[in-house]
Design a protein around this ligand. Structure first.
Ligand SMILES: [Zn+2]
Length: 559
């Protein structure tokens, strides 16, 4: 059953109806009736799709395909349904309806709806995911109250929150292959670049500072410009200079400023302001920290202002699982981005392999009734997550028929399915590495003619097959990744000359693992390898073929 765009649209519309503010955006505080209605909708649809549904003791909803054995390790896939007041119909919802649609498609996954992600109901975010992973306990949840004065435990009781069971009913990492959260970007970058989907490599960390600057208050009329120690003018210069520190993907905001005495005819003697600095890596956060301090100190020193900088919050950047990011971006040929906003995935990254997939937001608008993402983009995200989840595990591979097995492992060696066909006889494979070694052993044991045939089955880099779109799916994406699909006419001519010279000398095409090399490295390799003997080059070509196969194997098998 393919992903159904109309069905996803109707899910989004149905959840949009669950709001305290009809006509004025989605307002679904956690554990409110409107939130409960949205949970009920997902629960009913999941049951209809044949899933087994339960709430965990922290109040998160889980729906697991009925066909799964109780101990079968599966993908966790979902997001949240709670909103900020007058929020949009896509934040969180998108990740939940994608998981629901995949459940309907019979995929081996567990849908999850996390309680209280936004942090607007109980004044702290990601409560459901933090409680389920054991980062928050019942005592802490008891202290958090909503506007009606109810604690998280009281308000959540009718949605399955059970403090007595919380310590036992927790995430068991071995039960999951990983976590995939689809979410809207909530910023304009992807929309402006025309990128429907992007893989999130990291969730930004942040540092926040409180800066206090002291000068001297004095008469605005009698103090010459030269004699002033104006704290506000100093702060203004600092703010402009700090703005320049935020380069690349980092962002910096001075969001609050208190000026004293804040009088029309008095030179300000004291200013206090905040700095919020965010970056996708801890290295960038550290660099930013040094720069922020240097800029502030330099300006205050020059203006003879006293200074105090206090670090008020330090949150590390949270990288997503590098291998999953890589696999997902290659599978969907997607760009990689990072998230400036926090998500439940940040909580999971420390427990199970976690990856996020962003869907573009129209004009970057979010937390607003005008929030919008194209349902076609959402369906494409579902489709991609489906492909990712469908990748066979090793145990599934071990129980495949010969034909199925060759279908999965055949493409590891270009147009040479006989290798997988022979390796099948040696199953079961103990690990992906074991499978790889046994595939390579088949090649090693092959006749010299078979080895040559294997090398000759490889397409020329930037050759005619590439230009005529006749490459295998694997080869096409590998050549694209090495930057070989955007060459100038001159560069193409250089490749053609090298290819021709090489093939003439050795009688087979030049083989290189494009994914491990960039364009220039490949060009540099030609003259070096042309100097080899034919035997040496056969060995080099086979070594490159093994590297290619190893990467393809890692992509195709979801261990
Ligand atoms: Zn969200």
């Amino acid at each position: 059953m393919p992903v159904d765009v109309a069905r996803i649209r109707s899910d989004i519309e149905a959840i949009a109806l669950c709001t305290q503010t009809p006509g004025a955006g989605a307002t679904r505080p956690t554990f409110s009736d409107s939130w409960g209605a949205s949970i009920r909708y997902i629960r009913d649809q999941a049951v209809k799709a044949g899933a087994v549904v339960r709430s965990d003791a922290a109040g998160n909803l889980h729906a697991r395909a009925r066909s799964l054995a109780p101990d079968q390790s599966v993908w966790l896939c979902g997001s949240h349904l709670d909103t900020v007041p007058h929020g949009g119909n896509y934040d969180g919802v998108v990740g939940v309806v994608v998981a629901l649609e995949l459940l309907r498609n019979g995929l081996a996954l567990e849908l999850v709806v996390f309680a209280e992600e936004e942090g607007t109901t109980f004044s702290m975010g990601m409560l459901g995911s933090r409680a389920w992973t054991g980062q928050l306990g019942a005592a802490q949840l008891c202290a958090l109250r909503n506007d009606a004065g109810q604690s998280y435990l009281e308000a959540g009781a009718k949605y399955g929150v059970e403090p007595a069971k919380m310590a036992d009913d927790r995430l068991r990492p071995p039960a999951y292959r990983g976590m995939i959260e689809v979410h809207i970007e909530q910023g304009p970058r992807m929309w402006n670049r025309g990128e429907p989907l992007a893989v999130v490599s990291a969730i930004a960390g942040r540092r926040q500072y409180l800066v206090r600057i002291r000068g001297t208050a004095n008469h605005a009329g009698t103090t010459s410009m030269h004699d002033r120690r104006d704290a506000l003018a100093g702060a203004a210069e600092i703010m402009v200079a700090l703005e320049r520190i935020a380069v690349g993907e980092t962002v910096l905001t001075v969001g609050r400023l208190i000026n004293h005495p804040n009088a029309v005819n008095v030179i300000p003697d004291s200013v206090e302001f905040t700095v919020d600095f965010r970056a996708a890596s801890d290295a960038a956060l550290t660099r930013g920290d040094t720069e922020i301090r240097r800029v502030i100190e330099e300006i205050c020193h020059r203006r003879k202002l006293a200074l105090e900088i206090q670090l008020t919050e330090s949150m590390a950047a949270c990288p997503m699982d590098a291998q999953l990011c890589d696999q997902l971006s290659r599978l969907g040929k997607l760009p990689v981005t990072h998230s400036g906003a926090l998500h439940d995935s940040a909580v999971f990254a420390g427990h199970i392999p976690t990856v996020m997939l962003f869907v573009r937001s129209r004009d970057g608008i979010s937390h607003h009734p005008d929030e919008f993402s194209r349902v076609e983009d959402i369906a494409a995200a579902a489709d991609l997550v489906g492909q990712m989840i469908r990748r066979p595990t090793l145990s599934r591979l071990n129980s495949m028929t010969r034909e199925e097995f060759v279908g999965v492992c055949g493409p590891f060696f270009e147009h040479s399915p006989w290798i997988a066909d022979r390796a099948w006889l040696q199953r079961p494979f103990a690990s992906a590495g074991d499978l790889y070694e046994k595939l390579c052993a088949v090649v090693e044991a092959a006749t010299p003619e078979e080895k040559l045939k294997l090398i000759r089955a490889h397409p020329d880099l930037v050759g005619r097959m590439a230009r005529e779109n006749r490459l295998s799916r694997e080869s096409a994406s590998e050549q694209a990744a090495a930057g070989l699909t955007s060459l100038s006419a001159d560069e193409i001519a250089v490749f053609e000359r090298h290819n021709a010279e090489y093939t003439q000398r050795f009688g087979f095409p030049f083989v290189v693992c494009a994914r491990q090399n960039r364009k220039q490295a490949i060009l540099d390799a030609f003259p070096r390898r042309l100097a080899h003997s034919r035997e040496e080059e056969i060995a080099s070509a086979l070594a490159e073929i093994f590297k290619i196969a190893r990467l393809r194997l890692a992509d195709a098998i979801g261990e």
